[in-house]
Write a protein that binds this ligand. Structure first.
Ligand code: ADP
Ligand code: MG
Ligand code: MG
Length: 939
């Protein structure tokens, strides 16, 4: 019957990216095996009608699905076709080649496109030019490749000139094509082309690329062709059909370039879902001053404010806007230069937002004042913006609260809890530069200039701020570890801005006052030089940069929660709260926190936890005033001495428990009896040996020496080859029953005292590491005896539960027996993962990366639960346990309790609650609601 639960789970509507992707691939594989009808691999769109639609992101990728949907909605989209992600998988399966059948399907679609476009690939009279665009199910900004103006060669370029009467345009397009094709398909480094381009600009004295005329651009084309010959010993390919196949295959290949792989690793996007390729008729934003290209958002993606937002460039093409080469203009200025196109853009994008019921991120091109839509998708946004937008859309009656919950990625809520600067201290410092506020948050750290340094310095425990002229997609690993990212060029939609927002990293872009000298690792601002390692701080919400190390302070939400700010003063707090209250109404899972101290309990309660799932009593043993007592307890060589020391701990523990109960305002609190191996409370053996050697050499104090030697003797006695599988958990309670007795007494006395004060608490006493029912029986007998004695002595009766952690595989396997004794189970998924895989959680770092690279593991099983293996044990234990005891309470207290994907699983198997660290509580509340709605956000 355990099997049934697991199966149900796999079939259920619970879909992670991974399972969804698996389904896609399984579907594709099944279809490719089936005889008839043959699977469609190429999907046409154009003239108001598309083969695909928005629901087909698995097959068409996000971009392809968006183009199809916009086409069907009658928006002006240049016609084209999408080659599916399934074709990408075939491409890889067949040794980087497409099967002939797919080639033929593409040829057919191309002929259809030529008919619709009234132009032919390779024709000199009416040359068809196309873009070849990558696009996976999940957008991966800038990670894969796109090629524009394909179809140009030495003859068609003259045809294009004749057709348009615009030689400058024709050769500008050709040079762009050679550059992109040369880089992406022929794998010639970009700098080779940039060098040639700069040489012509210099010779001409041109500042911008728009200052070059036809003749200059012919010169550029000539030089580019030489670069190609030089690097490949071949002429630039002149056959447009060869060009098309080459570009298409290169886009498929770009799915596996290192930066795309790194991106997928960070964002947990599966490797096998593949990318689609979109082949689309070109429209031109670079045909003169009545042409433009741009990108935008229907709302501000950094703050969530309802404002039309974006950037454009006149007489430019494609990547120019995001590449940071020319500084683009704010989109509102389009209204002045091309009012009709602007009005249309507003109307179309508003429609798209209403249609998709979410903020849209769009790309467009204007050719001779005619607007074309080239892309739309749900906009990436900061956690801050996500909350603002979700609550606004409800207020605007565009969506219901239920839908709003699905617009926020739970993990992004953590960004709202990130620290900010103290406004007074911040204001007092001079601002040396101001840039575009691309991603909110306070960043302070030592300046580094390369992604590699960012990683290396962080590994040394330093906090760094990554400063770049502009970031490139390859910088992603450095951005990931930095406190924040600061660039000198680029707009709000540049790579640094987009990726920063998505990561929730503070980012400022386009701080043009910064003169970044990447080569010498320094920068000049405002007449001052900042060297590598100097401190720099910036505020990603205001865009201000200061040369200083600035302390940060709690976020607004935290300030409201700890009472230093009133809820009325914080709009973001009120929205955050509203959203989470909607979540609370929908979720079935209870949310508890792992907290050991009264103040943590208070914070967790303020974050919305209604209970403590794990209070680790031994954390209280490490305090300065307690460690000596704990050590005395450990060093005692007879029971009498040990009892004396243990009794000294009693009042201290009682005080702790009293505080924790109070901090939880009467909600249930699960207290775990002592768990770690005792040596953790003693000094390290090596350290002691060094100290003793020193004392011996210097003829030090004899008493001290004797004490240290005794300690060393005990440390050596306690030494274990495998401490995690050693004398710990319930095994300690069984060998030293006086510890369990003392802890029980402290818990019950604290609860009795609170009852006298009028607060009813129901302590849950939890025995760790139980693998055999008799272990639990032994400890339970002690707990019950001491509890009865204590209540009698106090003259008070309270209710309490005794339960166990399920964290040893044998415990899960015999859960039916154990439930005979236990009133609750709490899954300790850290240990359970450790013991099920046999991976030491402290050593997995040595090989995890290789496991992931070799696709043996998708994710770190300590971060996100291994549903298939560890999850099977959890599901089985739930079912076995409840069979014996239908009222058995079930929870989880491992790290997985705060991980959204794991929370979906825990919901599915029917746990009563999850418990996580206080700061993850908001994340868990939202994820639990999404689990109840059976939707995983982030897809
Ligand atoms: P990315 O996924 O990196 O955004 P895209 O495939 O969207 O790459 O292409 C980038 C840009 O190239 C687009 O925003 C658009 O400006 C330009 N572009 C792509 N296809 C066309 C086209 N058919 N006509 C005009 N411009 C295009
Ligand atoms: Mg795009
Ligand atoms: Mg454990």
């Amino acid at each position: 019957m355990a099997k049934k639960t697991v199966k149900k789970h796999q079939k259920g509507s619970y879909t992670t990216r991974r399972t969804a992707a698996r389904a896609v691939r399984a579907g594709a594989a099944a279809a490719s095996k089936a005889k008839k009808p043959a699977e469609q691999y190429v999907f046409f769109f154009g003239h108001g009608k598309a083969d695909g639609n928005r629901a087909m992101r698995d097959i068409l990728g996000g971009k392809g699905a968006g183009l199809a949907e916009m086409t069907n909605a009658g928006l002006p989209v240049p016609p084209g076709f999408t080659i599916s992600t399934a074709a990408c998988n075939l491409f890889y399966e067949q040794g980087r080649k497409l099967p002939a059948a797919v080639e033929q399907e593409m040829e057919k679609s191309l002929r259809k496109l030529e008919a619709v476009a009234g132009a032919t690939l390779g024709s000199t009279e009416h040359p068809l030019l196309v873009s070849v665009r990558s696009g996976a199910k999940f957008s991966m900004p800038g990670m894969m490749d796109t090629i524009l103006n394909l179809g140009l060669n030495d003859e068609t370029v003259e045809g294009l000139k004749k057709l348009t009467g615009n030689g400058r345009f024709a050769f500008d397009s050709y040079r762009r094509f050679i550059q992109m094709f040369g880089n992406v398909v022929l794998e010639i480094p970009k700098q080779e082309f940039e060098g040639a381009f700069e040489a012509v600009k210099r010779a001409k004295g041109a500042r911008l690329d728009t200052d070059l005329d036809e003749q200059d651009l012919r010169d550029v084309v000539g030089r580019y062709k030489k670069v190609v010959w030089h690097k490949t010993r071949r002429n630039f390919p002149q056959d447009p059909h060869d060009q098309l196949r080459g570009a298409r295959d290169a886009v498929f290949r770009s799915w596996n370039n290192p930066r795309a792989k790194e991106y997928r690793r960070i964002y947990d996007i599966p490797d096998h879902i593949g990318t689609a390729v979109n082949v689309q008729m070109m429209v031109f934003g670079n045909r003169g001053d009545r042409c433009a290209t741009g990108v935008g958002f229907t709302r501000n993606p950094a703050t969530g404010a309802k404002e039309f937002y974006g950037e454009f460039l006149i007489n430019a093409q494609g990547e120019d806007v995001v590449a940071g080469i020319r500084t683009p203009m704010p989109i509102t200025e389009l209204e002045t230069v091309m009012p009709k196109a602007y009005r249309e853009l507003r109307a179309f994008t508003t429609r798209l937002e209403r249609h998709y019921k979410d903020i849209q991120d769009f790309e467009f091109t204007i050719q001779d004042e005619k607007l074309y839509m080239l892309q739309t998708r749900s906009g990436k946004r900061t956690g801050y913006a996500a909350v603002v937008i979700a609550t606004d859309l409800v207020a605007e009656k565009l969506i219901t609260p239920r839908e709003a919950l699905l617009l926020v990625d739970p993990t992004s809520l953590s960004q709202l809890l990130a620290p900010v600067f103290d406004p007074k201290e911040w204001k007092a410092l001079p601002t040396v530069a101001k840039g575009l506020p691309a991603s909110p948050g306070a960043a302070s750290g030592q300046v580094v200039f390369t992604a590699e340094d960012a990683v290396a310095w962080t590994e040394q425990g330093k906090k760094v701020v990554l400063v770049r002229k502009e970031t490139v997609p390859d910088d992603i690993h450095g951005m990931f570890v930095s406190q924040g990212v600061l660039t000198a060029t680029g707009g709000m939609t540049s790579h640094a801005a987009v990726v920063g927002r998505q990561m929730g990293k503070p980012a400022i872009v386009g701080a043009s006052a910064l003169h970044v000298d990447e080569e010498h690792h320094r920068l000049a601002i405002d007449g001052k030089i900042v060297k590598e390692g100097d401190f720099l701080s910036f505020d990603g919400l205001s865009g201000e940069v200061k040369i200083a190390k600035v302390a940060t302070k709690p976020s607004e939400i935290l300030q409201v929660l700890n009472g230093t700010m009133k809820p009325e003063e914080s709009g973001i707090f009120r929205r955050f709260n509203r959203l989470l209250e909607w979540a609370d109404k929908l979720r079935r899972l209870g949310i508890r926190a792992n907290a050991d101290m009264p103040d943590q309990a208070e914070l967790a309660y303020a974050f919305g936890a209604r209970g403590i799932g794990l209070c680790r009593t031994e954390h209280m043993f490490f305090a300065d005033d307690r460690l000596p007592i704990v050590r005395r307890m450990i060093l005692a060589d007879n029971e009498a001495d040990r009892r004396t020391a243990v009794l000294e701990l009693l009042p201290l523990q009682r005080g702790d428990f009293y505080g924790v109960f109070k901090g939880m305002h009467g909600c249930p609190v699960t207290i775990r009896t002592i768990d770690p191996p005792l040596h953790e409370f003693l000094p390290r053996r090596e350290d002691l040996m060094v100290e003793i050697a020193k004392l011996e050499a210097s003829g030090g104090d004899a008493n001290e020496l004797a004490e240290k030697r005794a300690l060393l003797g005990r440390v050596e006695q306690l030494h274990e080859f495998n401490p995690m599988l050693g004398h710990r958990g319930v095994r300690l309670g069984i060998t030293y029953p006086e510890i369990t007795e003392m802890q029980t007494r402290a818990i019950i006395e604290a609860a009795c005292q609170l009852k006298k004060e009028g607060l009813k608490v129901v302590p849950e006493i939890m025995i760790p590491l139980v693998g055999h029912v008799k272990e639990l029986r032994d400890q339970k007998a002690i707990v019950e005896r001491v509890a009865a004695e204590t209540m009698k002595a106090q003259g008070v009766t309270i209710q309490y539960l005794v339960g166990t952690m399920i964290e040893v595989p044998r415990g899960a396997l015999t859960a039916d027996e154990i439930a005979g004794e236990a009133q609750f189970f709490s899954f300790g998924t850290n240990d359970l993962t450790q013991m099920t895989f046999g991976f030491s959680r402290d050593d997995i770092g040595k090989f995890l990366r290789v496991y992931q690279e070799k696709k043996i593991l998708d994710a770190d099983p300590f971060a996100s639960i291994d549903v298939v293996g560890v999850g099977k044990l959890v599901a089985m234990a739930c079912e076995l346990g409840r069979k014996t005891r239908p009222t058995l309470k079930l929870g989880v207290c491992g790290e997985h309790g705060g991980d959204p994907a794991s929370i979906h699983f825990f919901h599915q198997v029917g746990l009563d609650y999850v418990s996580c660290s206080p700061y993850r509580v908001p994340v868990a509340r939202l994820a639990a609601a999404q689990a109840a709605l059976s939707v995983k956000v982030g897809d």
